[in-house]
Ligand binder design. Structure first.
Ligand SMILES: Cc1cc2nc3c(=O)[nH]c(=O)nc-3n(C[C@H](O)[C@H](O)[C@H](O)COP(=O)(O)OP(=O)(O)OC[C@H]3O[C@@H](n4cnc5c(N)ncnc54)[C@H](O)[C@@H]3O)c2cc1C
Length: 394
């Protein structure tokens, strides 16, 4: 281990301690409890949460100091996401601070940096990611949304789909084709779309947990000023890939899996009649978690040394999300009747579940919603393709 990695590990450990202390002394009880029960949080809850993180200097800790960050190493970044997930805290909304912020400070104009970065850091403005379209999810280059230049504006027409929290968004970063000619990857540009523009329509899609997380976003003759083009016209594919690399830093998944498995172990102990079969199932899940944890640390360290093979994030996303789903299935089984009595009233502040422990409703909700975890952020088949090509050379 190099000195730089040892030092980064020490800093990561100190950050974990600070986070545990923040959790004990600063995080408001209502957020703690609702998050522990996996209850539904609204926009104002998430904004409050993100601002609390920003007050500690953490929401943009991974940004360069020049833009108000702390220039965290990858190990500190991993410790940050992992520790909060282990504590069962709310989701750290990535669309602004993790996704579009780094694109803007890396490729944006100085006007865009001063206009957008402060609002992203404080979550004064809420962002959504407008990449996927019907027929263009895994194969993003097949997207059909067009942004045709007319004077000082692009006229944008098309449809985005699965856009998480577009119903709350002030802004959406969006991939669109700025020319109808030439190879598709060279015709894509990266635009910042004001969600209040005439011609933007957000239509909810209900997911199987019964909630409204995702949307269709229709864009009909939406005028986007040319000043909202990030970087160069036609170079959007490069920025899109840069962003996906950030999206795939798999920090939180290890912590999420750890937290879910601890809860399963606790439920098994409380049931007092854990069968040999359940114990065996938990033992196997535990081993898979250890392997995931080790792979994640090795991946972060090799990225810091510059010796990564390029498929690390895919491996961790693949193994982590599958393991999470298997733990969720075992937890639902362990809940018995409480694991089938899904009552969404239990998922709102003050609501109590009809059966079982006070987080039973939330466990079912997360189990249902997270069937999508092996689809979003790059489907499992796509991650397998990346591993096959990069590691096995197939
Ligand atoms: C809950 C949820 C939230 C999301 N949030 C957002 C968001 O905020 N913003 C956004 O832009 N997108 C979002 N997405 C979209 C997500 O990124 C896509 O669903 C994902 O990339 C898969 O694309 P698709 O749905 O078009 O499926 P497809 O790409 O059509 O895939 C269908 C199936 O075919 C398989 N497949 C496709 N290509 C290959 C291949 N080459 N080899 C082998 N198998 C293949 C896939 O793995 C999958 O099993 C979200 C999706 C979900 C479910």
């Amino acid at each position: 281990m190099t000195d730089a990695i040892r030092e980064a590990q020490d800093r990561g450990e100190r950050l974990r301690e600070e986070i545990r202390s923040f959790y004990d002394h600063i995080l408001p009880d209502d957020l703690k409890t609702r998050s522990r029960r996996h209850q539904v949080l609204g926009k104002s809850d998430y904004v409050r949460w993100m601002r609390l993180l920003h007050e500690q200097g953490w929401a943009i800790g991974h940004w360069p100091m020049e833009w108000g960050g702390q220039a965290w190493t990858l190990l500190e970044r991993f410790a940050f996401e992992d520790q909060f997930a282990r504590l069962g805290c709310p989701w750290i909304i990535p669309f602004g601070v993790k996704y579009v912020g780094p694109v803007i400070y890396t490729f944006g104009s100085s006007a865009q940096k001063s206009r957008f970065l402060p609002g992203i850091a404080t979550t004064a403005e809420f962002w959504a990611q407008g990449y996927s379209e019907p027929g263009a999810g895994s194969d993003l280059a097949a997207l059909r949304t067009e942004a045709i230049r007319k004077g000082d504006h692009y006229v944008v027409n098309g449809q985005k789909v699965w856009t998480t929290y577009a119903q709350w968004a002030d802004w959406m970063f969006c991939l669109a084709k700025t020319t109808r000619d030439g190879p598709s990857q060279k015709s894509i540009s990266f635009l910042l779309v004001d969600m209040r523009s005439p011609g933007v329509t957000v239509k909810p899609i209900a997911t199987m947990d019964g909630y409204h997380h995702v949307n269709e976003v229709w864009l009909e003759n939406v005028l986007v000023p040319i000043d909202n083009l990030v970087g160069e016209e036609g170079a959007g594919w490069t920025y899109a890939k840069f962003l996906l690399k950030n999206e795939r830093t798999a920090g939180a998944i290890v912590g999420v899996v750890w937290h879910a498995l601890e809860r399963l172990k606790e439920l098994a102990r409380q049931s007092g009649s854990a069968s040999v079969r359940l114990e065996g199932r938990i033992g196997e899940l535990d081993l898979r978690l250890m392997a995931l944890e080790e792979a994640a640390y090795q991946a972060v360290e090799s990225m810091m040394r510059g010796t990564e093979h390029g498929a690390e994030a895919s491996l961790i996303k693949l193994r982590g999300t599958e393991l999470y789903q298997h733990i969720a299935e075992a937890t639902i089984d362990t809940l018995g009747l409480a694991g089938v009595a899904y009552d969404t009233a239990a998922l709102h502040a003050g609501g109590l579940p009809p059966l079982g422990p006070d987080d039973a409703g939330g466990i079912i909700k997360d189990h249902l919603y997270n069937r999508a975890a092996t689809i979003f952020g790059g489907a499992s088949e796509i991650q397998r393709n990346i591993v096959a090509k990069t590691v096995l050379g197939l």
